[in-house]
Design a protein around this ligand. Structure first.
Ligand code: GLA
Length: 747
């Protein structure tokens, strides 16, 4: 890994054999972009890849010049990286090279989550200073190259070294100019219960963007922008992605200009952002992560999964096996008391569950979702012995204990709101929009964060709690805060998220043994920002096995299996009304952090026996599933979407699990073989198929690794054939919503 500076050519090259990046100082002192993407040898100059100078508009058409920090008003005319308003109201800047440093390791970003290097040898960071003399604005562009990963991380610090205050109107985390536009744009979008479906379209001239203006990264779009070549597949071809380590309003955009070049940018959404930079003050953008792959979308996912699992997630739970949980939400909703919970927990323990989670409804007087958020004191009507007695009784069963909280919210019907109505976000003199009968607390105010921190520290200290589910169930309307003057209200949304990060920092530092899971009505803040604090997230409120095929596939584009909480719930499913087999629900949830979201005391003996086998099956393979390499073999977003297939394989290709899912059964199915990936071609694998009740492997077969990858394994007819069956061409059809798991062990 090297970051090389050629002083004569005034050019930097980043090379680690996995990704390449090159920049140079143009003749006028501006920072030109030469290359990003494929790794290049990095031993010669690449200055011929860009013009010597930014000539801007001088030739009347405005030829696109690739720049690292484009600004408006100087003849670039495309979407900018940076818009900073000077004391005269102008946003014209003349950012010239003023020096640089190359250091081992990777610095932390103040107040913001980011990827990290555990040892300085894992990464190298280049900081380039640019200065605009008239305003005194100094821009420090930070670029980290990770050793052995096709990853570059980017952030920018703006410092006002002048005498007058400046206003930052746009500060992107990364801008990337690419020399052509022959790309497809891939994004993940959806809504509540339908998060992160994959959308794929060819780039066209003009701007195309996803983003959020709702105060959270959102259920609707994810802070991720992927480009793939037309013929790029899961396993082959070029792909490039930008991901933002941020949980608030974001913009991820691609602009194709008339010359057929592409500019990508990702960062805080400028529409809801303006930041006052007083003399001497600094502002640091969130971090953007850039990944390049020659091995298709799967190659991108490999890089993201490794980085986010190993060098974004932190704390004691990063590398620990995650427990199998049972969450009482869909079992009881708000209708529970001490005895009912202990009854559920006792049955769950008998089935092999390791941690019991008490969800919403344990505090204040919360019998419905219309009261008590903000009042983090136990409801003694439901839990007369308090959390203390409940946790004691649950732990006495041999289970760990988890608790739901929603720290950022307040119900108008709460003691907190009655005492501090001004702590709820809203504009004085105007109505406040309630959603789920709740308002959002103003986390841009330190005193609000302090109050909630104290209340939650008291709760989490009151009993031995092992897990916390931190929920967030509405977005921000009527944004305004009394803590900022009128001309600084543009800082509100970002300050809100900084307040959320501050509370996460305090709680995770104070309770390092607690496993935090983030949640926002399901996957409404499933982003790298929160993964830095909470190594797993509730993927979606939709627990229907069929819907989860799409949600988990889309989520896996950037996020590792160890971050995706996935639970088996009761049927008819509470979100879709669909009835799927218990085994299928389990086989889908097993490609995630596995658990249950149902009342085990309401299950038949037969179902309980099946659950016991499922948990045993999962826990035996948990290390492989939570830490192995995850591959998408068939996509629910392709063709008629009837089939999905996933696989995990361990680091030395010695053990793999394959899941194949078919939504609807069709008569006379076509012959179907599934090609596997990531195996050792020279090895022979013992393949067992797990039947629908997890009651034991079917007959074992032996197949060569090269054959499994090049020819595939039979789906129809199934290979191996289930015990006691014979393939006669038509019969072996198992009905709708069928799942099959294969376990492969190298001989
Ligand atoms: C949200 C979460 C659910 C559950 C409820 C409780 O919808 O996503 O899992 O915790 O809140 O109110």
């Amino acid at each position: 890994m090297t970051i090389r500076w050629d002083a004569a050519a005034r050019e930097w090259q980043l090379a680690n054999g996995r990704i390449g990046w090159a920049m140079r100082v143009l003749e006028n002192g501006w920072l030109g972009h030469l290359h990003a993407g494929a790794p290049l040898r990095g031993d010669g100059s690449l200055r011929h890849l860009g013009p010597a100078e930014f000539t801007g508009y001088s030739n009347r058409v405005g030829e696109p010049v690739a720049l690292e920090v484009p600004v408006p008003g100087v003849g670039d005319f495309r979407v900018p990286a940076l818009v900073v308003e000077g004391p005269d109201g102008s946003t014209v800047l003349d950012l010239r090279y003023a020096g640089h440093r190359i250091e081992p390791g990777k610095p932390e970003l103040p107040g913001l989550p980011s990827t990290y290097a555990e040892d300085p040898s894992e990464a190298e960071t280049l900081e380039i200073d640019l200065a605009d003399d008239p305003t005194g604005l100094r821009v420090t562009l930070r670029t980290t190259l990770f050793a052995d990963r096709p990853v570059v991380a980017r952030s920018t610090t703006l410092t006002n070294t002048g005498k007058a205050s400046l206003t930052v109107r746009c500060a992107m985390s990364a801008v990337l100019d690419l020399p052509d536009a022959a790309w497809h744009l891939v994004t993940t979008s959806g809504i509540w219960a339908r998060e992160r479906h994959v959308h794929d379209r060819a780039l066209v001239p003009g701007c195309q963007a996803v983003g959020s203006l709702r105060g959270a990264s959102g259920l609707e779009h994810n802070p991720l922008l992927v480009l793939r070549r037309e013929h790029t597949t899961e396993a082959t071809g070029e792909a490039l992605a930008l991901s933002l380590v941020y949980s608030g309003n974001f913009l991820a955009e691609a602009e194709v200009d008339p010359f057929g070049t592409t500019r990508l940018r990702i960062g805080i959404h400028p529409q809801t952002f303006a930041w006052r930079l007083e003399p001497g003050a600094s502002f640091t953008t969130p971090e953007a992560v850039v990944v390049w792959s020659a091995d298709g979308l799967g190659g991108l996912s490999d890089a993201f999964h490794g980085l986010y699992r190993e060098r974004l997630a932190r704390g004691r739970w990063r590398d620990r096996a995650r427990p199998v949980v049972l969450n009482n939400w869909e079992a009881t909703y708000f209708d529970f008391d001490h005895d009912r919970l202990v009854g559920i927990a006792a049955r769950a323990r008998d089935l092999g569950v390791e941690l019991f989670v008490l969800d919403d409804g344990w505090f204040g007087r919360r019998d419905l979702d219309n009261s008590s958020l903000g009042d983090w004191v136990v409801d003694r009507r439901k839990l007369p012995g308090g959390l203390e007695a409940l946790v004691r009784d649950v732990r006495a069963l041999g289970l760990e204990f988890g608790l739901w909280i929603e720290p950022e919210m307040v119900n108008p019907d709460s003691d907190l709101f009655r005492a501090h109505p001004e702590w709820a976000i809203g504009v004085p003199g105007r109505p406040r929009t309630e959603s789920r009968q709740q308002l959002v607390l103003d986390f841009s105010r330190p005193e609000v964060v302090d109050h909630i921190a104290d209340a939650l520290i008291a709760v989490l200290s009151s009993a031995p709690i092992d897990y916390v589910k931190w929920d967030m169930n509405r977005n921000i309307t009527e944004p305004w805060t009394p803590s900022l003057p009128a001309d600084r209200q543009g800082e509100f949304f970002h300050r809100y998220i900084l307040g959320v990060y501050e509370l996460y920092r305090r709680l995770t530092t104070r309770f390092p043994d607690i496993l935090f899971e983030s949640c926002a009505s399901g996957g409404g803040r499933f982003d790298p920002g929160l993964l830095a604090f909470a190594p797993q997230a509730w993927t979606s409120d939709d627990t229907d096995a069929v819907e989860r095929l799409a949600i988990q596939s889309g989520t896996s584009l950037a996020y590792p299996i160890s971050s995706m909480a996935a639970h088996v719930s009761a049927v008819p499913n509470h979100q879709t009304g669909r009835i799927t087999p218990l085994a299928t629900r389990a086989a889908v949830a097993m490609f995630g952090v596995f658990g249950y979201e149902l009342d085990p005391t309401a299950m038949s003996d037969e179902e309980q026996a099946a659950v016991r086998r499922q948990i045993a099956w999962y826990t035996e393979r948990r290390e492989l599933i939570q830490r192995g390499r995850f591959l998408r073999l068939r996509s629910p977003f392709e063709g008629d979407g009837n089939e999905t297939a996933w696989m995990v394989v361990d680091a030395d290709a010695g053990h793999a699990i394959v899941g194949h899912y078919r939504v609807l059964a069709h008569p006379m199915p076509v012959r179907n073989r599934l090609r596997l990936r990531g195996l050792d071609p020279a090895a022979t694998y013992r393949v067992t198929s797990w039947g629908s009740d997890f009651s034991g492997p079917g007959p074992a077969i032996e197949r060569a690794g090269d054959e499994l990858m090049a020819v595939g394994i039979g789906i129809h007819p199934p290979d191996p054939l289930p015990e006691g069956t014979e393939f006669d061409g038509i019969r072996l059809i198992y009905g709708d919503f069928h799942a099959r798991l294969l376990d492969l062990v190298r001989n």
